[in-house]
Write a protein of this length. Structure first.
Length: 250
C-alpha cells in the first residue's frame, strides 16, 4: 500500500477498519476489482472515527447488474465504529464524470490513501473548465440552506447547532477549491485552508472557523453564542459567494 495525499494519512484504527471492510468486498468482486482508497475527512487532522464515518472509494472494471446482489451480500455491516461509507464506481463512470464533478475529483486526486490495487489517479486528468461555476453553484446552494436553517431554527439552539455542524462539513472541499482557483496548492490542515481563503477574499477567518469549532462540540455552547456563530458564518459565506460571482478565471 502507498499514499498520495498532501501530507496526511489515516490513523491506524481507520486504516485497519477500512482494510477489514474491503477484504470480503474485494474477494467477491474478483477480476472486476481495480482499486480502493480512503478519501475525505478520514485524512484530516483530528478526525474522530467514533463520531464520523470513513469514506472508501471502490473502483471496478465493470459492475454488472448480475453482480450487485453478490457484492451487496459481501458488504460488512458493523454496529460499532468505525463505520464505512463506501462509494462504488466503474472506471468508465469515473472518466466520464471528471468534467461534471471537478471539485470532488480534484480533491480526490490530491488527497487519497490507496488501500489496494493500482493508483488510478496517476492517469486521471481533471479539466478545470467548469471548476469556478461548480464552486459558485455549491456556495449559493449552501448559503440559501444556511439562511433557511437559521430562520426555522433560531429559537432552538440545539437544532441550530446540529444544522451548522452538518452544513459546515461540506465547506472544507469548497475552500480547497477556492485556493486552487487562486493558482495555489491547498494547505494540508483545515485551519490553514480557512485562513488562506480568508486572506485571499478579505474575510473574517475567526468567523469562518467558528462553524468548525461548533461542529467539534457535541453540545451547543448556549443559545446566544450559537446564534452569533451561525450568523457570523452566514455573513462570511454571503460575502464569499459574491466574490466568486465576480471571479474571472483564465
Amino acid at each position: 500500500m502507498s499514499a498520495l495525499t498532501t501530507t496526511l494519512e489515516p490513523s491506524p484504527a481507520v486504516l485497519a477498519a477500512a482494510q477489514l471492510w474491503l477484504a470480503p468486498v474485494q474477494q467477491r468482486l474478483g477480476e472486476h476489482f481495480l482499486s480502493a482508497y480512503i478519501t475525505g475527512g478520514a485524512l484530516n487532522e483530528g478526525f474522530d472515527p467514533n463520531v464520523r464515518h470513513v469514506n472508501v472509494l471502490v473502483v471496478t472494471r465493470e459492475l454488472p447488474l448480475s453482480l450487485l446482489d453478490p457484492v451487496a451480500a459481501a458488504v460488512p455491516v458493523s454496529s460499532k465504529p468505525p463505520h464505512i461509507d463506501p462509494l462504488f464506481m466503474t472506471m468508465q463512470q469515473a472518466q466520464r464524470s471528471l468534467d461534471v464533478f471537478p471539485i470532488e475529483w480534484l480533491d480526490l486526486k490530491e488527497r487519497h490513501w490507496r488501500l489496494e490495487g493500482v493508483d488510478l489517479f496517476d492517469t486521471l486528468e481533471v479539466p478545470q473548465t467548469y471548476l469556478r461555476l461548480q464552486v459558485e453553484q455549491e456556495l449559493r446552494g449552501k448559503h440559501l440552506r444556511l439562511a433557511q436553517e437559521y430562520l426555522t431554527g433560531a429559537a432552538h439552539p440545539e437544532r441550530l447547532h446540529a444544522s451548522l455542524a452538518r452544513l459546515a462539513s461540506g465547506f472544507h472541499t469548497l475552500f480547497r477549491s477556492l485556493i486552487r482557483l487562486h493558482g495555489e496548492a491547498p494547505p494540508a490542515s483545515l485551519e490553514r485552508v480557512i485562513e488562506r481563503v480568508a486572506e485571499i477574499h478579505d474575510l473574517d477567518a475567526h468567523a469562518l472557523m467558528g462553524a468548525h469549532r461548533l461542529r467539534a462540540q457535541r453540545k451547543h455552547p448556549g443559545a446566544d453564542e450559537t446564534r452569533a456563530a451561525f450568523k457570523a458564518f452566514l455573513a462570511q459565506v454571503e460575502k464569499l459567494t459574491s466574490a466568486v460571482d465576480t471571479l474571472r478565471v483564465t
